[in-house]
Ligand binder design. Structure first.
Ligand SMILES: [Fe+2]
Length: 470
């Protein structure tokens, strides 16, 4: 069969094993799903668990084996198991998919917010190998000085090249030696090089960042790794300290020179940068889905999600924010977008997607997911098209008891305008207890086609669409 294009998605496949369950939804075993499009109006679905060491050992034991995870398990690990988990580190790459350059063509990888990745076969969804690239400067991840494990599940393409950009956070284990953040160019999955590095007193948790033609922009919210807690509890999320009275540090890295500019902005937290572009000679505009704190991530614990009262009580709303950065003045100015009358909840989107042809450019449309869009039920989930050039252009999609996840924008073959295209969105039909892939016209936000499945696709986090793959 000749495959013209396909979408691969990564996400939360299974929430327990044997008698033990994960306490936080983000720890579910990673499972891949793909929709292949041969170009004749049909779609073919496949799904497979990522065969990580963690998953394979857990299946074999019919129990969740001790590896490091976002939160913990119930019943809990004993002290010996916690030590094992700390030594083994994180192995569950259940967040995103990326296509990286390789010497022989392309490498498809499954990622989480960590330096380690798993290589996958995009056709069979088999797990090919685990990969822990040498850190730039010739270092190793298992250094006695630094814990080199935090990175991003959202590498971004470097403008005008086949490379990607990511970062590596190195947490110092030796008092008196500072931690550091390195901006990294991914030439191939195995070959990384340093663009810049700088020292920090504390390492912030960062899930994503922005790239423009000439700059990489990081928002380091005051949400810092606490090394002592990490060693004591071996639960990364509970080992991060949120400082609600501290400002956010913004790092702007000039790609060509490696020069790093440091500035400050308001206290905020973001999981997802949306897009960034250079709006003046030394000025940058960055759009993000922001939150007043990381509390909503904590609230995605299983005990809260499974309780209809508790889950409806937490604040699940992001706020779309634009930050203007003046590099020479070292000023960062935050602005909000007008709220539209037609879709008053459109600015509350997260899990953003854009027309990737407009990355690095001034653009108009952001597509995203709004949980609790009726302000009452967490499971009242709308998809929105946010028109940041004109709020009256906001549109939304909603079907009762249908639960969409992150969409991916695919341009129409003869697209002339930014919003000439379609959203590809896996949706769970709660009434029929089956999933389908929805194809939504982004001009109108109306469903134009559906690929029905006889089964449920577990909750996806992120995915990517790959064109012209034969
Ligand atoms: Fe993400």
């Amino acid at each position: 069969m000749r495959i013209l294009s396909f979408q691969i998605r990564n996400g939360l496949g299974q929430f327990g094993m044997g008698h033990r369950n994960f306490t936080h939804s983000f720890d579910a075993f990673g499972k891949l799903s793909s929709w292949k499009f041969p170009g004749n109006g049909s779609a073919f679905f496949s799904t497979k668990f990522i065969q990580s060491d963690f998953y394979k050992a857990s299946v074999s034991a019919n129990d969740i084996e001790p590896w490091l995870m976002f939160e913990s398990v119930t019943p809990p690990f004993d002290e010996i198991q916690k030590l094992h988990a700390l030594i083994r580190g994180i192995d569950n790459m259940n967040v995103n998919i990326a296509k990286l350059n390789s010497d022989g063509g392309a490498t498809f990888v499954a990622l989480n917010d960590f330096w380690k990745i798993y290589e996958i076969d995009p056709y069979s969804l088999s797990t090919t190998r685990s990969l822990t690239a040498n850190v730039p400067q010739g270092g190793k991840t298992g250094s006695v000085t630094f814990l080199n494990f935090l990175s991003s599940a959202h590498p971004l393409p470097e403008y005008g090249t086949g490379n990607h950009i990511t970062f590596l956070s190195s947490v110092s284990l030796i008092p008196g030696i500072k931690s550091k953040i390195t901006t990294v160019r991914i030439r191939t999955a195995d070959k990384r090089e340093e663009i810049a590095h700088w020292e920090v007193d504390r390492v912030p948790y960062m899930h994503s960042f922005s790239v423009t033609q000439n700059y990489v922009i990081f928002f380091a919210s005051p949400f810092y790794v606490n090394v002592m807690k990490m060693i004591r509890y071996a639960e990364p999320f509970n080992c991060l300290d949120w400082n609600k009275n501290e400002v956010t540090t913004v790092y702007v890295v000039e790609i060509k020179t490696g020069k790093v500019y440091t500035m400050k902005t308001e206290n905020m937290f973001t999981m997802h940068h949306i897009n960034a572009f250079e709006s003046g000679k030394r000025e940058i505009t960055v759009d993000v889905s922001s939150y007043p704190s990381p509390q909503f991530v904590k609230d995605l614990q299983m005990k809260i999600l499974l309780d209809p009262i508790e889950r409806n009580n937490f604040d699940a709303h992001a706020l779309l924010k634009r930050y203007h950065i003046d590099i020479d003045r070292k000023e960062v100015t935050a602005v909000s977008f007008p709220v539209s009358k037609t879709v008053p909840f459109a600015n509350k989107l997260d899990m953003p997607t854009i027309n990737e042809n407009y990355r690095y450019q001034n653009y108009c449309y952001i597509y995203g997911v709004v949980l609790k869009s009726d302000d009452t039920n967490l499971s009242h989930i709308s998809l929105v098209k946010k028109d940041i050039c004109n709020a009256s252009g906001d549109k939304s999609w909603f079907i009762k008891h249908h639960y969409p996840v992150e969409a991916w924008f695919v341009g129409a073959p003869s697209a002339k305008e930014e919003d000439d295209g379609y959203l590809l969105v896996p949706i769970l039909d709660g009434k029929n207890k089956t999933s389908y892939l929805s194809i939504i016209d982004t001009k109108t936000m109306k469903t134009v086609n559906r690929a029905e499945l006889p089964t449920i696709v577990p909750f996806n986090l992120h995915g990517r669409f790959f064109e012209d793959v034969v």
